[in-house]
Design a protein around this ligand. Structure first.
Ligand code: GLN
Length: 514
């Protein structure tokens, strides 16, 4: 099924993915293309509208990112944002130059509410600005539709040609009425109907998977994380028992997690598929015995994971398709979508395809952002605790135990972590921190319990606030919560007599301890 599509042409701006997300939140499918993508290729996608992003360059610099001016006479509405607005003016004969006063941050903007873009917006509204250059003179045929105290052309338009330019960033939430402006663009200017909804995604994806796979056999490595779970359910709904999910319990999962995954995907759960749970705890513990160096631990777990999976794959025999839970930010980061440099070539399960005999990889979530994956998971009836699950590293608790891993230490960290999560939920704070967990330091110290000397381990609590997980700040959790958690952990978890809170941000620390 072909959805109405808006294309974002990426000129290297910081908020490119945000633009696509906001448009999708408006109910219209949106994809990001690099500015190197030719106009013909973009036309072939039959977009209802095009949005040009911000970017670090100055349009009057001959070496800066450009585009063919034919874009503006292709009969497709275009919205230029920041650099994109400057480029539109520059290519159509306006004048862009260094602004006498740069603007950065929340800025009051006076808008012409008679413009289709600003329909329903307050005449004076706060917008997010981030520019050094400005439009000194709009291109011929354009009228100015917004200004600020120091920016005479904060927006300009040529409505009969479907061309709109805004100097500010409507995609950033600091722009108070930005979503309304984007909705005006896609609905009023581009005349979209809004056919991008998670229920239609789910239905059309299941139909497309069924058609593609036919009678073929499908294999999925299930981690219990959101992405692989949602991918597995889509395939289960599409091809039922042609799908086999292999779930490896390496003994480094959070408390009860293995059973939770089995309850959903196993024979007692609501889906019709083949589920294989491999209880490989012992193997992993043996391989990890005495190993202290973090990278070494990671390697051992990665390799052992492949061995276990390989053994299962041999039992299953030849499969036609291997499922991966790749999502859209992975695709963009791999340099396939937008303008960002290749950060990592993405494999959800490192090295896996090499050890399995299969014809093709299927990635049903390739076009979705994380929050859309979650919405699809809810639509598919996955339990909330699974859908809203926090990120969890592949090597699991092994990297939340400093030094050598032992089954006893795993148990300690599982119990402490469960208490922390329980209290966060009870305090209603689980939505405030982006990620939080307990880890076990390798430090023992002296304590006193019941008048007796103890010499036990210290647990460290970590909670961070972040939007992109690239940088993070320690979450300022309340004292009451911290002391409740600390006293419960010391009382309920044997061999722990001290609880610490990690106040470091990333950088300089990382979110995980190893
Ligand atoms: N580099 C351009 C300027 O400084 C555009 C900035 C942007 O797109 N955020 O004005």
């Amino acid at each position: 099924m072909q959805h109405e599509t808006v294309i974002v042409i990426d000129f290297g701006g910081q908020y490119n993915q945000l633009i696509a997300r906001r448009v999708r939140e408006c109910g219209v499918y949106c994809e990001i293309c690099s500015y190197h993508t030719g106009l013909d290729e973009i036309r072939a996608k039959q977009p209802k509208g095009i949005i040009l992003t911000g970017g670090p360059n100055s349009v009057y610099d001959p070496a800066s990112a450009g585009y063919t001016p034919e874009l503006f006479s292709a009969g497709i509405p275009v919205l230029g944002i920041c650099y994109g607005s400057q480029l539109m003016m520059h290519l159509l004969g306006g004048r862009v130059e260094r602004a006498p006063e740069r603007e950065y941050g929340k800025t009051e903007v006076a808008v012409d509410t008679g413009s289709m873009l600003f329909e329903g917006v307050s005449p004076k509204t706060v917008c997010w600005m981030s520019h050094n250059d400005y439009i000194a003179e709009p291109a011929p045929g354009f009228v100015v539709s917004a200004c600020t105290a120091s920016c005479p052309v904060a927006a300009a338009e040529a409505p009969e040609r479907g061309l709109y330019a805004v100097q500010f960033h409507p995609e950033v939430l600091h722009t108070r009425e930005g979503t309304k402006m984007l909705a005006n663009f896609v609905y009023r200017v581009c005349d979209c109907k809004g056919d991008w909804k998670m229920d239609s995604f789910v239905a059309s994806t299941i139909a497309a998977l069924r058609q593609k796979i036919g009678g073929g056999r499908v294999l999925c490595a299930l981690s219990g994380g959101v992405d692989s779970s949602v991918a597995a359910v889509l395939l289960a709904k599409a091809v039922g028992r042609q799908l086999t999910c292999v779930f490896v319990d390496h003994g480094l999962l959070r408390k009860n997690e293995g059973d939770e995954v089995e309850a959903v995907f196993g024979p007692a759960g609501p889906y019709d598929l083949n589920f294989i749970r491999v209880d490989a705890q012992q193997r992993f513990y043996e391989k990890l015995a005495g190993v202290e160096e973090p990278e070494h631990k990671r390697r051992i777990i990665g390799e052992e994971f492949i061995r276990v999976f390989e053994e299962q794959a041999q039992k299953i025999g030849r499969v036609d398709y291997l499922v991966q839970g790749t999502i859209y930010p992975d695709v963009v980061e791999s340099g396939l979508g937008g303008e960002s440099a290749v950060i990592k070539s993405h494999h959800n399960v490192g090295g896996l395809p090499d050890c399995v005999d299969f014809k093709e990889i299927v990635e049903p979530l390739r076009s979705l952002f994380k929050d859309e994956v979650r919405a699809a998971g809810r639509e598919l009836g996955l339990p909330e605790q699974l859908v809203s699950r926090q990120p969890f590293p592949g090597p699991g608790l092994a990297i939340r135990i400093i030094g050598a891993v032992t089954p006893e230490k795993v148990k300690m960290v599982q119990e402490a972590d469960a208490i922390f999560r329980e209290e966060m939920a009870r305090a209603g704070l689980d939505g405030d921190a982006s990620q939080y967990f307990a880890a076990l330091t390798n430090m023992r110290s002296v304590g006193v319990m019941g008048d007796e000397r103890t010499y036990d381990y210290a647990v460290v609590l970590r909670a961070v606030a972040t939007t992109d997980f690239m940088t993070a700040e320690a979450a300022p959790l309340g004292w009451e919560l911290l002391s409740t958690v600390a006293s419960r952990i010391v009382n309920e978890v044997p061999q722990v007599n001290r609880v610490l809170y990690d106040c470091t941000g990333k950088p300089p620390a990382t979110i995980e301890l190893e």
